[in-house]
Design a protein around this ligand. Structure first.
Ligand code: DC
Length: 221
């Protein structure tokens, strides 16, 4: 039986950093499902569609093929065969991904792709609905969170390090707006699955979080 680990939680909780490190320690792949919603958002943007118009967006889903490939353990997200990893981390795409991820047909398409990837493969997958919807039988489910202030400050520090200009209050506001949308959408809202373990990273170092999760993995094995 394959080992499937699900990590859910709000934006900026450190899911991808932690999941990558845990995947490396366990020698399994890390699947970032947010990148698939982002690739779909890029498709919508390129087509010049109105992200708020569900019918417009959903009527052209069949033209967008979104898949993943793994090179040296690194995930590449492919939009109609093109590696779009470097094009999906802009604020514009973040906003569009959050808007279109509320649509049932968008979710159905990507969830089915994610379930196919997980079948028979040892992996750690992160997102918003992994424990509650994509992998309901995951061996371990983690709900990773931190206060919006802490998440905003982490994002602020990252941007300052890259030399980008930014405003902390604004970043926190954007994070809270995104949380609200992700937690209050009708279909598959971001929730802690009843059998998920809550890990609040507000006062934890990355090392402490990785160690805590590794301990949980060992217990479940
Ligand atoms: O994790 P991220 O910031 O890259 O995700 C981008 C958007 O996609 C985010 O607003 C929520 C959405 N998303 C989702 O609805 N379900 C997932 N499994 C992953 C991401």
């Amino acid at each position: 039986m394959a080992l499937n680990i699900a990590i859910d939680g709000p934006a900026g909780a450190g899911k991808s950093t932690i999941a990558k490190l845990v995947a490396k320690k366990l020698g399994i792949i890390y699947v970032d499902t947010g990148a698939m919603y982002r690739a779909m958002a890029l498709f919508v943007n390129r087509r010049g569609l109105d992200g708020l118009d569900e019918e417009q967006v959903c009527s052209c889903l069949r033209d967008a093929s979104i898949s993943l490939s793994f090179q040296d353990g690194e995930q590449c997200v492919l939009l109609n065969g093109e590696n779009v990893n470097d094009l999906i981390r802009t604020p514009e795409i973040s906003g569009m991904a959050s808007r279109i991820s509320v649509y049932g047909d968008v979710r159905k398409k990507l969830v089915s792709e994610q379930q196919k990837i997980a079948e028979g493969t040892d992996l750690i997958m992160d997102g918003r609905d992994i424990g509650s919807c994509v992998l309901p039988n995951a061996d371990l489910k983690i709900y990773l969170t931190a206060s919006s202030q802490v998440r905003g400050k982490r994002r602020f520090d990252e941007m300052v390090e890259k030399g980008e200009s930014c405003d902390l209050e604004n970043i926190i506001k954007e994070i809270e707006e995104r949380d609200y949308r992700d937690m209050h959408r009708e279909i598959s809202p971001l929730i802690q699955a009843p059998d998920a373990v809550l890990v609040d990273t507000s006062d934890m170092t990355i090392r402490q979080v990785v160690d805590a999760i590794m301990k949980l993995v060992e217990e479940r094995r």
